[in-house]
Write a protein that binds this ligand. Structure first.
Ligand code: C2E
Ligand code: CA
Ligand code: CA
Length: 414
């Protein structure tokens, strides 16, 4: 569950409320065909203090429940090996559901490479993937996952029921809009650049998050076309900001699937030249799970982006089990520490150790480090102490429109 997923705030006329709930008010859904597993996870949840557990035996039952607007579900714990619909299809169908989608925790008997690629897939659909674990689930994994759900959450009243036909219509009309989430230099508090995050604008002016339309774009084979459209739109703004004297970097999310498309890279490069923007001010983020998967042709494409002079960033670092060897082999220029570790900085010693080690490793490899999902002053302070260069998160700003980001640039700091 994410705050301000919809960018600058609620669409006109909608109410926002803020709530923080105790752990005993959370509701967890388990999808597993094995009765012993369902029981084990239920007992584990209860031992942590979460009493409300809904157990489903099949993917269909879970989908029906979620599709019926199960607004009360805070976390779905899902097995990958289900009888009539495997977990991969289940995740795809969950991502396509209308309305709010709860975070997912994937459980499986498969090895970590399988888990990692499923997690990457979920993230590329815009889902919040809390963890992917081999069975059995332990308290060490579940408790921090449940705790990340306890941050105050903005609830937008009447959030976007999005039927497929409406989404398709908006996609066909190319009502995409780049939003920009500022990246802040922790040393001096200045705005260094932004991550570009896609939004779809409905006819009534409301803004739909990526989880509402990325799965559909993928299903329809439109990811490439969408990426180019969004890129072109964002470059127009970049040119304008550059002309006004501001040098900011822009980071774009690149779906690992697109790295198979050999034609894409020269097109991206030409678009940047045409727009009159410096290539070294453009970065492409590739999720770590794609790096860990070691798909050679995809990694080659990544290297070619770098050869063209773009920056290359490892996204969601810490979730993908890549090795140091894999990291060294690829010419990354930046590493983004996944939000889950940033959220655990204060109350989870393991997260803190991972953040500290990642920062020092990144420095050894001469990579710029960005911490994602920074929500509190304490986290920002701690990251600066640990030597992290750049922060990004709701503490400074949610993703905002081009106009909003232009204002941040003029001000120089937030
Ligand atoms: P991501 O690349 O990991 O992007 C960060 C997500 O975290 C964004 O969600 C952002 O709004 C959210 N976020 C930022 N700060 C905070 C914070 O302090 N706390 C919390 N809890 N969340 C924060 P968003 O915009 O909904 O995007 C979701 C995902 O959709 C992105 O995850 C990315 O994987 C995908 N996505 C977004 N735009 C594009 C795009 O243009 N192309 C592709 N291929 N994927 C995209
Ligand atoms: Ca990203
Ligand atoms: Ca990320």
């Amino acid at each position: 569950m994410r705050r301000s997923d919809h960018g600058e705030g609620p669409p006109r006329g909608r109410m926002i409320t803020l709530r923080t709930r105790p752990i005993d008010e959370l509701t967890v859904m388990i999808v597993d065909d094995e009765p012993t597993q369902r029981l084990a996870v239920t007992v584990l949840c209860r031992s942590i203090g979460t009493e409300r557990v809904i157990a489903h035996e099949t993917a269909i039952q879970a989908l029906n429940d979620l599709g019926a607007g199960a607004d009360n579900i805070d976390l779905v714990i899902c097995d990958l090996d289900l009888p009539e619909m495997d977990g991969i299809e289940l995740i795809r169908r969950i991502a396509a559901l209308p309305g709010r989608i709860p975070p997912l925790l994937i459980l499986s008997g498969h090895d970590t490479a399988v888990l990692a690629s499923v997690e990457a897939m979920g993230r590329s659909y815009g889902l919040t993937m809390l963890a992917s674990e081999r069975k059995p689930l332990t308290r060490l994994v579940l408790e921090p996952a449940l705790r990340t759900l306890l941050i105050p959450v903005e609830i937008v009243d009447g959030t976007t029921p999005s039927d497929g036909a409406r989404i398709d219509r908006l996609i066909d009309a190319e009502r995409f809009e780049p939003f920009f989430q500022p990246q802040i230099s922790l040393a001096d508090g200045r705005v260094r650049g932004a991550e570009v995050l896609a939004r779809l604008r409905d006819e009534d002016g409301s803004i739909l998050p990526p989880s509402a339309f990325l799965p559909r774009l993928e299903e329809r084979g439109l990811m490439g076309a969408f990426t180019l459209t969004l890129f072109r739109m964002a470059l127009t703004h970049a040119r304008r900001w550059r002309d006004s004297g501001a040098e900011v970097t822009l980071s774009f999310n690149l779906s690992p699937l697109l790295l198979d498309d050999l034609d894409l890279i020269p097109i991206l490069a030409d678009m940047v030249t045409e727009a009159g923007v410096r290539r070294d001010s453009i970065l492409f983020e590739i999720v770590e799970t794609a790096v860990a998967k070691d798909a050679l042709h995809q990694l080659e494409s990544a290297a070619r982006l770098r050869m063209r002079g773009f920056g290359l960033s490892i996204d969601d670092y810490g979730t993908g089990h890549s090795t140091l060897e894999q990291l060294r082999r690829l010419p990354f220029t930046e590493l983004k520490i996944d939000q889950a570790f940033v959220h655990g900085l204060h109350d989870n010693p393991a997260s803190r150790a991972i953040v500290a080690n990642t920062i020092s490793m990144a420095r050894d490899l001469s990579l710029r480090v960005v911490a994602e999902g920074v929500e509190t002053h304490e986290q920002a302070h701690e990251l600066r102490v640990l030597g992290c260069e750049i922060g990004q998160g709701f503490f400074w700003s949610p993703p905002v429109s081009a106009e909003g980001f232009g204002q941040h640039i003029i001000n120089g700091r937030i």
